[in-house]
Ligand binder design. Sequence first.
Ligand code: NAD
Ligand code: NAI
Ligand code: ISE
Length: 337
Amino acid sequence: MTLKLGVIGTGAIGQEHIRRCNNVLQGAKVVAVSDINTDGARAALQRLNIDAQVYQDGHEVINSPEVDAVLVTSWDPTHEEFTLAAIAAGKPVFCEKPLALSAEGCRRIVDAEIKHGKRLVQVGFMRPYDAGYRALKKVITDGEIGEPLMLHCAHRNQSVGENYTTDMAITNTLIHELDVLRWLTEDDYKSVQVVFPRTTSKSHAKLKDPQIVLFETQKGIRIDVEIFVNCAYGYDIQCEVVGEEGIAKLPEPSAIQTRKNARLGNALLTDWKDRFIDAYDVELQAFINDVKAGELTGPSAWDGFAASVAADACLKAQNSGGIEPVDMPSRPDFYAR
Ligand code: NAD
Ligand code: NAI
Ligand code: ISE
């Protein structure tokens, strides 16, 4: 059986996901799309040479009898509404991160899913599917570096647009670390502080960039994450784990080394699409397979909620300048691992 997908939002990642579902992955095809920019949606389908129904509204996609499962790839503030609507329609939904803009919004999704009685939501946290992060986690769980004591991380984007504001460094960018570092350390955050170094001249009035986010976890691990979204030089994700017996570092993406003009060089990537291209393939194939098997196993609405609980504390810390607690409720049995 081919799983028929509806995609809400045909922007950068929407187009990437449509392409991979139809041309790369097995067992699914996109049959319906919507975007507030309907012409843009039509143009995207034409460019991708894909024949799918274009609807005016995301709710029409969700409720179309032709659609078995939904991908939400529209802007962050729309995720909660469409995910709740998919749950109400009883359809599995893959929602890009963040699941909602606040923990309160994620909680509404968690409550709706529990009321439905079966998992329907997978959040687009793709890093646990990345081969590098998986290898890093294995080194830790195999005990090769002893107990983790400190993590030094960086999340750098080449540049962002004028609509990207100081809070989005947390809700749109750091949200990946908020998820993957929980998964990597099998720990929860206890408190957080945000400090602002001198702002780059490449930023604008509504964005303080870079930012440094400092966490303490329940086990006492100290984590620093630099978020620098106008770093200019490339797309760069770093994660170094300092343990009792050694250090483990996320591998660099493979790149050809050149020797030219008396210089030794390794090209760097510039775009998240390329950096995590394989991880996106694996996460969506897992979603398709799990929907067909009748049981979702990837990043859950609870994982989306957990990341947003930490994000809320980070937003508070951005404004207070102080150390803010992260109060994570205990995991309901419904989401038992
Ligand atoms: P984008 O601006 O290129 O695309 C968003 C699209 O959504 C636009 O075409 C817009 O017209 C459409 N849209 C907005 N509101 C809508 C609505 N109510 N109904 C239908 N369409 C609507 O942005 P993007 O870079 O593609 O990001 C989209 C989402 O994907 C964001 O939530 C972002 O956080 C997420 N994202 C995730 C990753 C990742 O690494 N997992 C990478 C990029 C983006
Ligand atoms: P696992 O299969 O035991 O799952 C780990 C548990 O942690 C799951 O119950 C899940 O709810 C939770 N979890 C998943 N992603 C999380 C996240 N991002 N943050 C916090 N919690 C998270 O452990 P395993 O095998 O190490 O898998 C880890 C993740 O990678 C899972 O999401 C898994 O589905 C996914 N994965 C699956 C592949 C597949 O082929 N099915 C391949 C690669 C990754
Ligand atoms: C974008 O939405 C993503 O999810 C990328 O992975 C991240 O690096 C970027 O900062 C976000 O804007």
